[in-house]
Design a protein around this ligand. Structure first.
Ligand code: TRP
Ligand code: ZN
Length: 476
């Protein structure tokens, strides 16, 4: 009898296993982002990436192994990573060889055995090649990821450049922590996100290990190679600062970035405590037409470090992104004004703190006149609906900042800053949408704000601002 029941049990378990494997589904090749349907992949949740890569400075060849630790989100027969270019030598899942196929941005990995729902697994891709080689057809934004220049390398990937140098679930909905193990020839230095935890010399090469304490979105990952010198510092409130400056412009860079510690403390008081283990900047010894808020280590060009016009503005802007963009991240790229409008307005708040309210009002009046100008105004597209092909147009910055200023004028200073702090606190280390922000604004102010947000986010022309006696000039 006992035997009989055991046989029945074995049969049921056997059926169960077969059933689970039959039922396993492949993950989808995207996460449903309206603007970038191919970015990210479903079916799993990435937890940690280890990028163990060696860089050759003569050829700009990158080679090594990237490992992703993840959790299956359902019974999983196959899954995708976003990855472009390179020669792939091997793909494994839990140490066993997996089969793979490639189609554009999508690398599909099929493990020897299906993964069970909630199972933790690890997948490794071993590859080599020159980043960007043969994949220029996929340059549909100005993000290029790994970029070689005369003195070294910088990495700038927003919104979709990470897949040009490592296999990844490339969407801010799936943040993960990182370990970087980067080997370079002497005497280069490596600066990446997080903290430098180990340096090992081996003949002519050096391996730098960097680790992040907090998860980050893939577009905020950066690895920089150069002849840096390090400046260490800390804010009065105790946030550690480490800056990586090119030797040639070290002294000038120190002067240009000297407001940073005070800014960190100012934003911490205004929005909530600085979210990460450290802050600092890395300066590529090349003029760049942009800066990028790479997590814990914002990236700037030589021109910004030399203190050209507007440097302090960009320094505050990239720092403010650590709260808005990096800690509170987008759920969809369409909501980019939640990053750029907030960072632009945060920078204006820094100048308000420094020069007073009248200076802020003058600045906002100037930008309003630009937005309302019949000739130039239409270049600043309504920030709630940015064009897919020009996501970072001036509208998400300038008019995005005005969304916040208009809200402040409507609800008053105390409720406004309460809204910012509550929104930050509620969504920090996660993702948020435009509706999430409007929800917090209405909750705290106790007012319906649909009309205000609709006009500022979506209408073709900017609304009037009765509080400042400003009116659009378009109709006559
Ligand atoms: N987020 C950047 C800023 O602070 C702008 C930006 C968007 C960018 N995409 C980029 C910078 C790609 C470098 C590379 O305004
Ligand atoms: Zn920005």
């Amino acid at each position: 009898m006992r035997r009989f029941w055991m046989m029945i049990a074995a049969l049921l378990i056997g059926v169960g296993v077969v059933y689970a494997q039959d039922d396993a589904q492949p993950g989808a090749p995207g996460l449903g982002d309206d603007y970038f349907p191919q970015l990210g992949n479903s079916g799993y949740d990435a937890q940690h990436y280890t990028l163990d890569l060696t860089w050759d400075d003569d050829t700009n060849t990158l080679s090594g192994t990237v490992t992703m630790d993840a959790t299956a989100a359902h019974d999983l027969s196959a899954f995708n990573l976003d990855f472009l270019g390179f020669d792939i030598d091997a793909v494994t899942v839990n140490g066993e060889t997996a089969s793979f196929s490639r189609d554009g941005r999508e690398l599909t990995v099929t493990p020897a055995e299906a993964l069970a729902n909630s199972e933790a697994f690890s997948t490794s891709v071993t590859y080599s090649g020159v980043p960007g080689k043969g994949v220029q057809d996929f340059y549909d934004t100005f993000a290029r990821g790994w970029t070689r220049y005369d003195d070294g390398v910088y990495v700038a990937s927003e919104p979709n450049g990470s897949a040009f140098w490592y296999p990844v679930n490339d969407h801010p909905l799936d943040k993960a922590t990182y370990t970087f193990v980067i080997t370079v020839p002497q005497p280069y230095l490596v600066a990446a996100n997080g903290l430098l935890t180990n340096t090992t010399e081996d003949g002519d090469s050096v391996t730098y290990t960097w680790e992040t304490t907090y998860p980050l979105a893939s577009y905020l990952v950066t690895v920089n190679i150069g002849d840096f010198m390090v400046e260490k510092n800390q804010t009065e409130a105790g946030v550690p600062i480490r800056n990586y400056f090119p030797q040639e412009i070290f002294q000038q860079s120190i002067i240009t970035f000297s407001p940073t510690p005070k800014m960190v403390d100012f934003f911490s008081e205004t929005f909530g405590p600085y979210p990460f283990e450290a802050y600092g900047v890395v300066v590529a010894n090349r003029n760049l037409g942009f800066a990028l808020e790479t997590q814990t280590l914002s990236l700037f060009g030589r021109n910004a470090a030399l203190g050209g016009r507007g440097s302090e503005d960009v320094i505050a802007h990239e720092l403010a992104h650590q709260w808005f963009g990096n800690s509170v991240s987008l759920a969809e790229w369409k909501d980019i004004w939640l990053n750029e409008g907030f960072a632009t307005y945060a920078s204006a708040l820094w100048f308000e703190d420094k020069y007073g309210r009248e200076a802020l009002d003058n600045y906002m009046r100037d930008t309003y006149l630009a937005l309302a100008n019949p000739v130039f105004g239409p270049r600043f597209i309504a920030p709630g609906d940015p064009p897919k092909t020009d996501l970072f147009n001036g509208g998400v910055y300038i008019r995005g900042a005005w969304v916040l200023h208009a809200l402040r004028l409507r609800v008053g200073d105390d409720p406004f800053f309460d809204i910012l702090r509550t929104y930050y606190d509620r969504f920090k280390y996660g993702n948020a949408t435009t509706d999430d922000f409007i929800g917090v604004a209405e909750e705290i102010s106790g007012e319906p704000l649909d009309e205000l947000f609709n006009a500022w986010l979506y209408a073709d022309t900017v609304p009037a601002v009765p509080e400042m006696n400003l009116k659009p000039m378009l109709s006559d």
